[in-house]
Design a protein around this ligand. Structure first.
Ligand code: ASP
Length: 439
């Protein structure tokens, strides 16, 4: 059995009780050799994450306010974990050093990163593992982008020195030595980086849900969990807003061919969701892997006779969008029409200018911009083999008395995208789910 890299999210390390569950999980399998830790998350629904508390502390210090009282609450989060675990571990010096740093404006990222730093120190002590500071192994370039090559080389070397170690997630170091964080939720990325460098057999990402669900549980009642999903399917679903894992976390492990297993710290026996590169098998029962929806879209429809004969037409339209820093989500087209789906927010304060520029650039017969569109992605690697999937999607939606504004089946036959009016999205999602998942 090869190495397993395990990452625990904030809710899995929110208090002493959660630490105990984490230790039990880690110790249950000696292959779980490298542990990546988040900062303490919420203990109950209206609790505040330590990362958010640190950001707040930084803001207070910036406004030259006294942080003592607020910082005391952060210190207490850690001290109570140490106390309740019965650890003989004094972090007073660390806490003072960090407070000083925040008071002297060492940087917003420095402040935020200390959440994972302290939690990892405590976890390493509790597990009896080495502590590897992310600052010495995760590197960013001068321009702030993540430096994968340098990191991989340093990480590989460092891991060789430690058979068992805890590494804080979320942050790394700039060439000038200052701390820089990934975007929020970035510990997932650190876990993936460590897994790739350790040439792990598996990257286990432990969180507070038992994997991905086939649909958003706020919309569809009790959706089934997904047992296996490919990286490409997941990209299609996550683009639509199904987030359990940081979007960028899949790249290091995907390139190395390492599967990710999403697991639940509070339900360690549940198998969770396996994310794999390819899978020839699929659930013949459901055909589809998952459904996701996204609201807040606008469609710009451009018509021009003989458009299809005009070389460069599409490029000129997209050039205008690029000039206005707008990325397009979809591009359904006809012979003489081209529709561009963009997020409504991206048109804010520049809608008229964008339309005028397209008018000027391609001289269309008409151009209309409509808001209130929602897209639904029906995703499944099984679709290639199962006949009639698109028909079933359309049938289900029309039976629910919902009008389809557009439909687009990706050439990879991995997904079908359906556009509906925003106010119909819940109805449409439920109709599709019930069509494919019986009982
Ligand atoms: N603690 C950081 C956050 O709250 C990073 C992470 O948990 O992944 O975003």
């Amino acid at each position: 059995m090869g190495i397993k890299v395990v990452k625990f999210g904030g809710s899995s390390l929110a208090d002493a009780e959660q630490f105990r569950k984490v230790a039990e999980i880690v110790k249950a399998d000696p292959n779980r050799r490298y542990v990546v830790a988040s900062a303490p998350g919420k203990r109950y629904s209206d609790d505040v994450k330590v990362t958010d508390m640190l950001y707040r502390c930084y803001e207070l210090a910036r406004n030259r306010e006294d942080i003592s009282e607020y910082y005391r609450q952060i210190a207490e989060r850690y001290n109570s974990i140490i106390r309740e675990l019965g650890l003989n571990f004094d972090i007073t010096g660390e806490l003072e050093y960090i407070k000083n740093g925040i008071q002297h404006h060492t940087g917003r990222d420095f402040a935020a990163s200390r959440g994972e730093y302290l939690n990892s120190l405590i976890l390493a002590k509790y597990l009896g593992f080495s502590f590897i500071d992310a600052e010495s192994v995760v590197c960013f370039r001068e321009n702030g982008t993540y430096d994968g090559e340098k990191t991989d080389a340093l990480m590989r070397e460092e891991l060789k020195n430690h058979p068992y170690a805890v590494i804080p997630g979320f942050y790394g170091v700039m060439p000038n030595g200052t701390i820089k964080t990934f975007s929020r939720g970035g510990s997932d990325i650190t876990g993936s980086i460590v897994a790739a460098a350790a040439e792990a057999e598996l990257y286990e990402n432990w969180t507070d849900v038992s994997g991905f669900l086939m649909a958003d549980p706020r919309v569809v009642k009790n959706p089934r969990p997904i047992r296996t999903v490919t990286y490409r399917e997941l990209r299609e679903l996550s683009y639509m807003g199904a987030t359990v894992l940081h979007e960028e976390a899949i790249f290091p492990v995907r390139n190395a061919g390492i599967p990710i297993n999403i697991r639940n710290t509070n339900e360690p026996d549940a198998p969770g969701t396996m994310i794999v590169s390819t899978s020839s098998s699929y659930d013949a029962d459901t055909v589809i892997t998952g459904i996701a929806g996204k609201k807040g879209l606008s469609v710009i429809t451009i018509e021009k006779d003989m458009m299809n004969a005009e070389i460069g037409f599409g490029r000129r339209v997209l050039d205008v969008l690029e000039d206005h820093n707008i990325s397009f989500e979809h591009l359904p087209s006809g012979v003489d029409t081209m529709s561009v789906v963009v997020s409504t927010a991206s048109l804010d304060n520049q809608r008229e200018r964008v339309i005028a520029s397209i008018n000027k650039s391609v001289r269309p017969d008409s151009i209309v911009c409509e808001d209130g569109l929602a897209l639904i992605a029906v995703v499944g690697r099984g679709m290639v083999k199962a006949k009639g999937t698109a028909a079933r999607v359309c049938y289900a939606i029309s039976n629910a008395d919902v009008n389809i504004r557009m439909i687009d089946q990706g050439s990879s036959e991995l997904n079908i995208i359906v556009g509906v009016e925003e106010h119909d999205i819940e109805k449409a999602l439920n109709a599709i789910y019930s069509e494919f998942v019986k009982g």
